[in-house]
Design a protein around this ligand. Structure first.
Ligand code: 5GP
Length: 111
């Protein structure tokens, strides 16, 4: 079954898009954990970070480039987190790979 992110990618469900090309979509998180909370989502359906194939890993430089661009655009280039929750025990709730870009406040120590 398609995840909610696949439905957003296909335009079936609306989202606040901040970047899009053929391979990657970035949107604002619906329940932001900080003033800036974006989700960078490869359009290919990859369930988790752990499921990335060698070919899928070719997406990573572009994901980092998009993160750098968005961090600058949203004024958090000097301090942000780019993170993936891999698996339910790490807090993953949507099983379509996505990278959280979080910033805009003091983030404190990691759990
Ligand atoms: P995860 O817990 O899987 O790492 O992250 C899922 C994220 O997706 C959460 O931060 C959650 O707030 C966000 N989210 C869940 N449903 C939607 C939605 O329909 N639209 C948007 N923009 N974000 C969503």
């Amino acid at each position: 079954m398609s995840s909610i992110f696949k439905k957003i990618i296909e335009g079936e469900i609306p989202a606040d898009k901040v970047f899009e090309n053929e391979r990657i979509l970035a949107i604002k998180d619906i329940n932001p954990a900080a003033p800036v909370h974006l989700l960078i989502i490869p359009k290919k359906e990859i369930a988790t970070l752990q499921d990335m194939s060698e070919e899928d890993r070719g997406l990573l430089p572009e994901i980092v480039e998009v993160a750098q661009k968005l961090a600058a655009e949203y004024g958090v280039a000097d301090g942000y987190r780019l993170l993936v929750n891999n698996g339910s025990s790490a807090g993953q709730t949507i099983f379509h790979l996505h990278f959280h870009l979080i910033g805009g406040r003091a983030l404190g120590a990691m759990a």
